[in-house]
Ligand binder design. Structure first.
Ligand code: FMN
Length: 390
């Protein structure tokens, strides 16, 4: 049997592209409008360099940390994504991989597996919520997460329902019916290994969202839920503070790009923020998050844990984010490519690559711990950062 190990995330992406039907691959690529933000998220990491040392390097390096009360063995967490249809085991496979590698996971409220099943695979689980359906529904959803054993909440605030991409959007059906399978047959038939994976599990991707219904209602379809969300009045900061008051444990606000909003999240009682532009899937033209991080991190100091997500594809990116003030990062597409390329083992492969290249960077920079990283470890071109909302 072929060795499915891959040496970088880019290799995993190429394998996932070969394995997945075009519509599923396209859904993970995502992006919005002209793709300025999704490209900048990656390009900006490339603009930063390192300032390495040679002799006197540390024999051992430390990268364990603690985020939202959870001890994790590396400063990389799983960002919440709806991984509908990438793999039959979906978020359960991701949770097993994260647990095997000692890290925590965000579970999307648009995920394909029930929270109870995912927590059974990894108890270090934060439940991610969008504002769908008003306070009463939000409270009931949170109650379910609490009962299931979630150790934190992530509230994602940055979605603006933009749609349309210059390179075309993937076809996502309302429901995976027999007719829909026939319609998609040409693209699925050229991916026999993908098809076999699902058939072996005796299911077709059903594209429902089991963590969204309340009061015992059946799981709505992805688009049914999306429609309800689009019809919900967006939350105010008072709503966010109210939501926070309903949860006694750690609480993250994801989607912050401005200094003033980082401060509002602190005022609302957030334990953590993620400097995030939703991986470029949202308001196109938002700068890369790594450009926004330094000023936000400086402005908030240690009042809140600062995380970053967007464009992280290798350990070097993680080290750059930590040097500019992040406590840890969240990864999205990187693990989805691993999942698409090789299931649970592929996600473990991605986390192993992150760990080994963080370690290599620490060695090259002469740092014995991630806590020693500073901007002096980097080559930062003039005009690199962007300061919003001060
Ligand atoms: C396919 C896909 C689905 C996503 N779904 C969600 C979601 O349900 N909730 C959420 O908070 N973020 C979601 N995100 C955003 C990620 O959590 C994260 O912010 C983003 O992927 C980071 O960028 P990266 O993919 O470049 O690492 C999604 C991203 C992708 C690519």
């Amino acid at each position: 049997m072929a060795n499915k190990w891959f040496e970088t995330v880019a290799v995993a992406q190429r394998r996932a592209k070969k394995h997945l039907p075009a519509s599923v691959y396209g859904a993970v690529i995502g992006g919005a409008e002209a793709g300025h933000t999704i490209k900048d998220n990656i390009a900006a990491f490339g603009e930063l360099g390192f300032a390495p040392l040679t002799a006197g390097l540390p024999a051992t390096r430390e990268m364990a940390t603690n985020v939202m009360g959870q001890d994790i063995s590396l400063p990389v967490l799983i960002s919440p994504t709806g991984v509908q249809a990438v793999h039959p085991d979906g978020e359960v496979a991701v949770a097993r991989a994260a647990a095997a590698r000692g890290t925590a996971m965000g579970l999307s409220s648009f995920a394909s597996k029930p929270i109870e099943d995912v927590i059974a695979a990894n108890p270090k689980l934060f439940f991610q919520m969008y504002w769908v359906g008003g306070r009463d529904e939000m409270q009931l959803r949170m109650e379910r997460a609490r009962k299931a054993g979630a150790v934190g909440i992530i509230v994602t605030l940055d979605w603006s329902f933009s749609f349309g991409r210059d390179w075309g959007s993937p076809r996502i059906p309302e429901k995976m019916t027999f007719q829909e399978m026939l319609r998609q047959a040409p693209s699925v038939a050229v991916r026999p290994a993908y098809l076999y994976q699902w058939l072996r599990n005796g299911v077709v991707p059903d594209l429902t969202v089991p963590n969204l219904p309340v009061g015992g209602a059946p799981a709505p379809t992805f688009f049914g839920a999306y429609g309800q969300w689009a019809g919900t009045t967006p939350p105010s900061w008072e709503d966010v503070a109210w939501l926070r008051s309903q949860w006694t444990g750690p609480f993250m606000v994801k989607g912050i790009t401005r200094i003033d909003e980082a401060k509002r999240a602190i005022d609302a009682g957030a334990t953590a923020i993620s400097v995030s532009n939703h991986g470029g899937n949202n308001l196109d033209g938002t700068p890369a998050t790594i450009r926004l991080l330094p000023d936000i991190a400086t402005a908030v100091g240690d009042q809140v844990e600062v995380l970053l997500d967007g464009g992280v594809r290798r350990g070097g990116d993680v080290v750059k984010a930590l040097a500019l003030g992040a406590k840890a990062v969240l990864i999205g597409r990187a693990y989805l490519w691993g999942l698409g390329a090789n299931g649970q083992a592929g996600v473990e492969n991605v986390l192993d690559l992150m760990r080994s290249s963080i370690d290599a960077c620490l060695l090259g920079l002469g740092r014995s711990s991630i806590s020693e990283l500073t901007p002096d470890d980097l080559v930062i071109p003039p005009g690199f950062s962007r300061r919003l909302g001060h």
